[in-house]
Every structure is written in structure tokens, then in C-alpha cells.
Design a protein around this ligand. Structure first.
Ligand code: HEC
Ligand code: HEC
Ligand code: HEC
Ligand code: HEC
Ligand code: HEC
Length: 493
């Protein structure tokens, strides 16, 4: 029974003081060593709240009249008029169906953001010992008592997530069967929003006696299950295996523990794979160079691992999705690509954190596919240097308008366009599965490619009418072949 297991709903003023004192101590330690503060907090808060509270820390109090105030978790004030810029992308199917994007996060996310968006002092609570809007003095915080900036508030290495959520994994989005169908690479939920169908042991909305590994919150229209912060994180999770590395309070593995196979292995797989089916039943991801232990056995250099809070000597195959993605990445990066901006690094510091910048997804690849001196890996002997390829005079064009180029991304995996040939805007299309590209974006002229004007003219003209003419000529040849093979044409049947 829930209440027998968690008999305690409120904390006495004395307990609150102890909790606050523990947070204060942990944050004080942050001054000396900021990477350890979260670990300390985790340890101390878990000791204090184990078996007592159904949620994380309660700052809540009983009101002055002695009647228990059912304080919301953390008793936090959401700043009035706080607006957030939600994650967006041209391939975000949730943007085109379900409820679209909300600039006000819902459910647990609001509460997490009340500290993690950095707008409000961490010590600010609604009620403390009967006093309203009290602020508990804290040390070790950022200026104004807010979340410390870590490696910088626009970097990908900070717990100060900010109100601009474009660089954070989408939240407050309804994940249902329609979305999975349209995206094509999400676990296909059943009508009750469960996966695997019926059992829902991995994904589902919590119900009495039912606890999926990855819970959606019933915060969508009509109680539909949505992805929120607490879908991936559970601040109560006990990280008992120090060797596994910082797990960031994640409900499933932060890293790949066993080599990936076609199906989901909940004990061995990285958390992303529980929702994103990058295998498509064929083992596509499992065979990727970046996922295969026989190929990507190169390890992270100590400085790079420390910045990412990866365990020392983490091999590339185990970092899996997190090699190229960071669910709270540098501001400016597109599609959560890790370090995917053109922000310059301080001279001679290839391992510094990027601060903001314009989207530049090739930079994600250049973390490793570069010279030995600049690579985040210990060895690049068999890791091709892609960065030098893109410094050649004749190369594929990749400079986008955001980076000062003249044309859009030549390959844009958008799924929300209608170019007059394909309509990818509707709720039921499967454009996400095939990553259709708009023809208006393909084969654009691009001086950057370094080809001569003549070649450019041919490329440009290839893009439309010429392609149709070629298709027609292929068709003719095909029908000719078919005729030759028809009975009586002298070919063996
Ligand atoms: C009362 C303020 C507060 C609230 C509310 C809060 N956090 Fe935190 N959280 C902190 C502080 C303080 C840290 C440590 C910051 C540091 O060390 O730089 C932290 C750290 C973290 C970390 C980083 C752990 C690590 O090892 O790097 C995660 C993940 C996290 N919080 C998730 C959440 C989630 C999810 C929620 C909502 C369920 C939440 N937090 C709500 C204050 C809060
Ligand atoms: C889809 C899953 C997912 C969702 C949703 C999610 N996170 Fe995270 N979060 C992660 C993962 C994975 C990491 C570790 C990323 C890494 O370091 O490589 C992480 C890391 C963090 C960290 C530590 C950041 C750092 O640089 O050390 C904080 C703080 C955090 N999350 C808070 C939140 C908050 C607040 C929300 C809601 C607004 C949220 N997360 C939503 C998956 C998620
Ligand atoms: C709870 C399930 C869940 C988990 C776990 C999860 N995601 Fe997602 N993710 C989603 C959903 C749902 C979407 C929205 C898909 C859409 O609308 O096309 C999404 C969107 C994304 C997008 C943006 C897609 C776009 O087209 O712009 C990226 C990138 C992404 N996730 C990466 C990750 C990574 C990396 C991890 C692991 C660290 C992860 N996700 C874990 C459910 C999840
Ligand atoms: C080698 C680098 C790399 C690895 C490893 C990687 N990705 Fe990506 N991912 C990318 C790039 C690049 C894009 C496209 C970004 C763009 O076009 O803006 C992308 C796009 C995506 C998208 C958006 C398109 C879509 O599929 O809807 C999702 C979601 C995603 N990745 C999830 C994952 C997950 C989950 C994993 C781990 C199983 C993973 N990625 C591993 C580089 C990578
Ligand atoms: C964290 C490091 C890392 C990042 C980031 C990374 N790669 Fe890789 N990549 C590797 C490693 C390691 C291998 C395997 C090399 C080997 O054969 O030993 C590899 C292999 C490859 C291969 C196969 C090469 C071959 O010779 O078979 C391609 C293609 C590739 N990467 C493309 C990319 C692209 C594109 C991106 C960016 C979207 C990217 N990688 C990002 C580390 C990385």
C-alpha cells in the first residue's frame, strides 16, 4: 500500500531545517569542487528522505493554524509570467500533431524548472514555518542565489537549464500511438499508451499496481501521457555503483552496458533506446560503427571525459547516443547535437565547453573525426579525419545561412513540409520514417562546393526538369529491356 510504504507526507520544521542544512552544506562544497556537489546532495537527500516522501525533497510546512498544508513537491513558487521557449525542429512530429508545443511546461517539469531554469533563488519557498515567500539563505549558488552556472549557462555542461529549452530534449509533449506511427522510429505504443503492448513494463502512464520503467505523466489533453522531466529522471534513484559513473538520476542506463542487439535490453541498453527504436527490428543501430564494440573501442581522453562527467576511459560504443547528442546541449545546437555549434573555443583549449553559437552539426563529428591533438579520443589511428576533408577546396557544401552561407542545409530531414510533390504536413503521413526531403531544398546551387560554374549549372539544372527527363529516359530503356525479354525476342526465358 502506497501510504504504508510512504507514511510520511509532511516534514516537521525540524526535518525541514535538516534538509535545508544538508543542501547548504552540499552547495558550500560546490565552491571547492562543483562536480561533487550533486553527488553529495544525492547522498544526503536520499538518506533523509528514504521511505518517507513519495517525491523528492519537501520544503513544505504545516500552516500556522496547525492544519496540514498539502504542499506541492518542493513548495516552490513558479515565477509569474515565466515563459519558456520550447524545443522545436522541422522534424519534430509532435509539433505537427497531438497538442503541438507549449511554452508553459506542465507536470513535474514546472517544478524541476523552478530551480533549474535559474530565474528563482534555490532557497526561495512558498511557505517556511508559516512565513510566506520565504528565502532560505544558501551558499555555493550562482549570483542571486540561483542555480550555479557550471561551465556556463549557455554551455552544454550546466544544471542551469534556463528558460530557453530549444537545446533541451522536448518535454510536455504527448507520446501516443499516432506520434509513434508518424515518427516511425519511436516504440509503437498501444491504445493505452503502453509498450510493450498490453504489459507496458517499459513505457506507460502510472496506474494503481502498475509501474513502468519510463512513466509518462497524464498531463496531456484528456489525461494523455506526456514526456516530462521525471519521465527520464527520478531524483530518488540510488546510484550505488560508483564504477558505473554519474547516472544523472536517470531511470535507465546513461550508458550502453552491453553490446546493443536488435531488441531492447532494459538492463544493458542506454535510456534513449527505450523510446527511440533506432533498430527498426533489423539491428540498424546495433551495426552502427559508433555502437559496435568491435569497431568503436576507442576511449575518451581524461579531460574530455571529465567535462562530460563520463567515467574515465569510457569507450565510444558505450557512450552510444551521447557521443553525438546531449539531451541538455549547448545553446544554439540543432536536434540536441553535442557541441554542435560554431562557437570558437579559447585558443589551445580543445577540451573547453562551447558557449552558445550557431547550429553547426559537423562540429559534433569533429569532436572525434579530427587531428589527434584536437580529438576527444585517446587514439584516432582508425578514426577518419573528416574535418580536414571539409577544408578542401572542392567538397560538399555544408555552410548554412546561420553560419554565413548562402543556402539552406542541403539535406534537411524535415517532415513538416509540402513541396507540391509530397505532403508531409498531415497527421497520418509517415514522412518521419523515410526522412523525406523537400525537393525545394535538394540540389541547390552552392558556390561553396568549389565546383566550376559549368558543373554548378549542370547540378542546378539536374535538380528539376533534367531529373524528370532522365527518369523518362530510364523508363524508356526499361521498357525496351522488357520488350527484348518478351517471348519470341530470342532471349532465353
Ligand atoms: C529545490 C531546488 C531543486 C529542484 C526543485 C530540483 N532540483 Fe535538481 N538539483 C538542484 C541542485 C541544487 C542541484 C545540484 C547543482 C550543482 O551541483 O551544480 C541539482 C542537480 C540535479 C541533477 C544533476 C545531477 C548530477 O549528478 O549532475 C539532475 C539530473 C537534477 N537535479 C534533476 C532534477 C529534476 C528532474 C527535478 C524535478 C523532478 C529537479 N532536479 C528539481 C536543485 C533542485
Ligand atoms: C528524454 C530524457 C530526458 C528528459 C525528458 C530530461 N532529461 Fe535531463 N538528462 C537526461 C540525460 C540523458 C542526461 C545526461 C546527459 C549527459 O550528460 O550526457 C540529463 C542530464 C540532466 C542534468 C545534468 C546536466 C549536466 O550538464 O550535468 C540536469 C540538471 C537535468 N538533466 C535536468 C532535467 C530537467 C530539469 C528536465 C525537464 C525540463 C530534464 N532534465 C528532462 C535525460 C533527460
Ligand atoms: C520517454 C521516451 C523518450 C526517451 C527516454 C528519449 N526520448 Fe527523445 N524523444 C521522445 C519523443 C516522444 C520525441 C518527439 C518525437 C517527435 O515528435 O518526432 C523525442 C524527440 C527527440 C529528439 C528530437 C527529434 C527531432 O526530430 O527534432 C532527439 C534528438 C531525441 N529525442 C534524442 C533522444 C536521446 C539522445 C535520448 C537519450 C538520451 C532520448 N531522446 C530519450 C521520447 C523519448
Ligand atoms: C554519430 C553521431 C550520432 C549518433 C551516435 C546518434 N545520432 Fe542521432 N542524430 C545525429 C545527427 C547528425 C542527426 C541529424 C541532426 C540534424 O540534421 O540537424 C541526428 C538526429 C537524430 C534524431 C532526430 C531525427 C529523428 O530520428 O527523428 C533523433 C531522434 C536522434 N538522432 C536520436 C538518436 C538516438 C536515440 C541515438 C542512439 C541510439 C542517436 N541518435 C545516435 C547524430 C548521431
Ligand atoms: C565520440 C567520438 C565520435 C563522434 C562524435 C563521431 N564519431 Fe564517427 N566514429 C568514431 C569512431 C571511434 C569510429 C570507428 C573508427 C574505427 O574504425 O576504429 C567512427 C566511425 C565512423 C564512420 C565509419 C568510418 C569507417 O572508416 O568505416 C563514419 C562514416 C563516421 N564515424 C561518421 C561520423 C559522423 C558523420 C559523425 C557526426 C554526425 C560522427 N562520426 C561522430 C567516433 C566518433
Amino acid at each position: 500500500m502506497f501510504w504504508r510504504k510512504h507514511p510520511k507526507k509532511f516534514f516537521s520544521p525540524e526535518e525541514q531545517r535538516r534538509i535545508v542544512e544538508e543542501i547548504r552544506k552540499a552547495l558550500a562544497v560546490a565552491r571547492a569542487n562543483k562536480t561533487k556537489a550533486a553527488d553529495l546532495l544525492r547522498e544526503r537527500l536520499q538518506v533523509l528522505t528514504q521511505g518517507q516522501s513519495p517525491g523528492p525533497v519537501h520544503f513544505g510546512a504545516r500552516d500556522a493554524g496547525g492544519v496540514g498544508v498539502r504542499s506541492p513537491l518542493w513548495n516552490r513558487r513558479i515565477p509569474a509570467g515565466s515563459t519558456y521557449t520550447p524545443y522545436t525542429s522541422s522534424s519534430l512530429d509532435a509539433q505537427y500533431i497531438t497538442e503541438g508545443l507549449a511554452n508553459t511546461p506542465g507536470g513535474s517539469s514546472k517544478l524541476c524548472l523552478s530551480c533549474h531554469d535559474g530565474t528563482l533563488a534555490i532557497g526561495n519557498v512558498n511557505v517556511l514555518n508559516g512565513a510566506e515567500n520565504a528565502t532560505i539563505p544558501m551558499t555555493g549558488t550562482g549570483a542571486g542565489g540561483v542555480m550555479p552556472p557550471g561551465e556556463g549557462t549557455t554551455s552544454g555542461f550546466t544544471r542551469f537549464i534556463g528558460t530557453d529549452l530549444r537545446n533541451d530534449h522536448p518535454i510536455s509533449i504527448t507520446y501516443n500511438a499516432d506520434l509513434a506511427l508518424r515518427d516511425g522510429e519511436l516504440r509503437q505504443l498501444d491504445a493505452s499508451q503502453r509498450w510493450p503492448a498490453g504489459s507496458g513494463s517499459v513505457i506507460g502512464v502510472r496506474a494503481p499496481g502498475f509501474k513502468p520503467l519510463i512513466p509518462l505523466e497524464p498531463t496531456g489533453a484528456g489525461g494523455a501521457g506526456q514526456v516530462q522531466c521525471a519521465t527520464c529522471h527520478d531524483p530518488h534513484i540510488r546510484e550505488t555503483n560508483a564504477a558505473a559513473g554519474n547516472q544523472k538520476f536517470l531511470r535507465m542506463n546513461r550508458f550502453q552496458e552491453t553490446p546493443p542487439v536488435a531488441g531492447l535490453t532494459t538492463v544493458g541498453d542506454i535510456i534513449c533506446l527505450s523510446c527511440h527504436d533506432k533498430n527498426g527490428a533489423f539491428g540498424v543501430w546495433a551495426f552502427s560503427a559508433h555502437a559496435n564494440p568491435a569497431v568503436a573501442n576507442e576511449t575518451y581522453r581524461a579531460e574530455a571525459a571529465a567535462l562530460r562527467e563520463f567515467p574515465p576511459d569510457l569507450p565510444v560504443w558505450r557512450a552510444a547516443c551521447l557521443n553525438c547528442h546531449d539531451t541538455h546541449t549547448v545553446q544554439g545546437a540543432r536536434r540536441l547535437t553535442r557541441e554542435g555549434t560554431d562557437a570558437p573555443l579559447p585558443p589551445g583549449s580543445p577540451f573547453a565547453a562551447k558557449q552558445g553559437g550557431n547550429p553547426a552539426l559537423e562540429q559534433t563529428c569533429y569532436q572525434c573525426h579530427t587531428t589527434a591533438a584536437k580529438s576527444v579520443l585517446n587514439s584516432v589511428a582508425t578514426v577518419p579525419n573528416i574535418e580536414s576533408d571539409f577544408a578542401l577546396p572542392i567538397r560538399m557544401p555544408i555552410t548554412t545561412p546561420e553560419q554565413g552561407g548562402s543556402t539552406d542545409e542541403v539535406h534537411d530531414i524535415a517532415t513538416g513540409f509540402n513541396d507540391g510533390f509530397v505532403d508531409c504536413t498531415g497527421p497520418t503521413n509517415r514522412c518521419g520514417t523515410d526522412f523525406m526531403e523537400s525537393r525545394t531544398k535538394l540540389a541547390q546551387r552552392h558556390a561553396e562546393s568549389g565546383h566550376s560554374a559549368g558543373v554548378q549549372r549542370r547540378l542546378a539544372c539536374d535538380s528539376a526538369d533534367a531529373i524528370r527527363a532522365k527518369e523518362a529516359s530510364f523508363a524508356q530503356r526499361f521498357s525496351f529491356a522488357a520488350e527484348r525479354s518478351a517471348a519470341g525476342m530470342g532471349l532465353r526465358t
